[in-house]
Design a binder for this molecule. Structure first.
Ligand code: MTE
Length: 319
């Protein structure tokens, strides 16, 4: 199966019962099936059920991206136990506790709006669209902490090219999965759901914008946005929407969750900018999880290659 190229089967998926049942079905049906119908397929392809892609499945990565920083990677423990994922609670340790039973398989992502080839992709199809790379990115939260994470994915523009955006499309609107029964803590979060985000089309096309399926060599843990999320390393972390289900290309600037809930605090662009303070705290410094001392925050979080996207814009007004 194609999917085998990027996924290594987790031991939990080897379920003797289905294998036994399918083998019996295969063997009893095999005599009636012409050789032509099964030509070109291996026995494994004929008896395996669709692969479940769950958190913690090993991902094979083609290469380490040249966009990677060489800074020390933050511990897996910190990155998976200090999260913002309001659907699963507002405390930093809530998502690790409350997202354990989140059902992320089967999963699909719909791409619609101003595109010539609208399409719903299964997660398996998305994983096959482009070679997976490891991208070690700095990730800066608006709350003035930061982490360095070996994410796994490919540039989001590979997905955009697949759907052929129309010339009228100027922005990309993103929407997260939401289910009040799977996410009862969302009722207490004080923001609206589903979580929504947006980018200008040229920002979304920038090769640094990552469609992310994993980290630390495995598929994403639920609390980090399983099974697929965005990672935009030059923007504050809240732009990096988790557990994506819908992408829509649109003409006008889309609403975003934080822009709707506090427009004076969270702008549409939300580029990391040490010169523009949050109304309630400074953005000049940050604390890297695991470090004691704070460090200076860098413009665009150090990703200067995006600066040309904002040439001529007043980034104090367009914060
Ligand atoms: N996506 C959804 N659906 N819900 C959220 O609450 N929080 C955002 C972003 N994406 C959030 C989300 C915020 S505020 C941050 S800082 C990052 O996810 C955190 O990502 P991490 O927990 O993997 O570090």
């Amino acid at each position: 199966m194609l999917i085998k190229k990027v996924l290594e089967t987790a031991s939990s998926e080897i379920t003797p019962k289905w294998l036994y049942m399918n083998r019996r079905k295969f063997l009893s049906g095999a005599l009636g099936v012409t050789a032509g119908a099964i030509a070109g397929k291996t026995l494994q392809e004929l008896v395996l059920p669709p692969q479940q892609i769950l958190a913690g499945t090993k991902l094979s990565v083609a290469a380490k991206s040249p966009f990677s920083t060489t800074e020390a990677v933050t511990s897996y423990e910190d990155v998976t136990h200090y999260n913002n994922f309001y659907e699963f609670g507002t405390g930093k340790e809530d998502p690790a506790k409350n997202a354990t039973h989140f059902r992320t398989s089967p999963w699909s992502v719909k791409v619609s709006g101003l595109v010539d080839k609208p399409r719903t992709f299964s997660l398996e199809e998305l994983l096959q669209l482009a070679p997976l790379e490891e991208r070690v990115y700095r990730h800066r939260c608006v709350e003035a902490w930061s982490i360095v994470v070996p994410w796994i994915g490919y540039s989001f523009n590979a997905l955009l090219k697949e759907v052929a955006p129309q010339s009228k499309a100027k922005f990309v609107a993103f929407e997260s999965y939401y289910s009040s029964s799977q996410m009862p803590m969302a009722n207490y979060a004080g923001i609206q759901f589903p979580y929504i985000e947006g980018l200008r089309l040229d920002e979304a096309m920038h090769p640094l914008a990552l469609l992310c399926f994993g980290m630390y060599g495995e598929t994403l843990p639920n609390q980090d946005g399983a099974p697929v999320r965005m990672v935009l390393p030059w923007k504050y972390g809240f732009k990096s929407i988790k557990s994506l289900v819908h992408i829509k290309l649109v003409e006008k600037k889309p609403d975003t969750t934080w822009n709707l809930s506090a427009p004076n605090e969270y702008g549409f662009y939300s580029n990391v900018n040490p010169q523009v303070d949050h109304p309630r705290w400074s953005q000049a410094k940050e604390r890297r999880l695991g470090d004691f001392f704070r460090r200076s925050t860098l413009m665009f979080n150090g990703y200067d290659q995006v600066a040309s996207l904002y040439a001529g814009m007043d980034l104090r007004k367009n914060f």
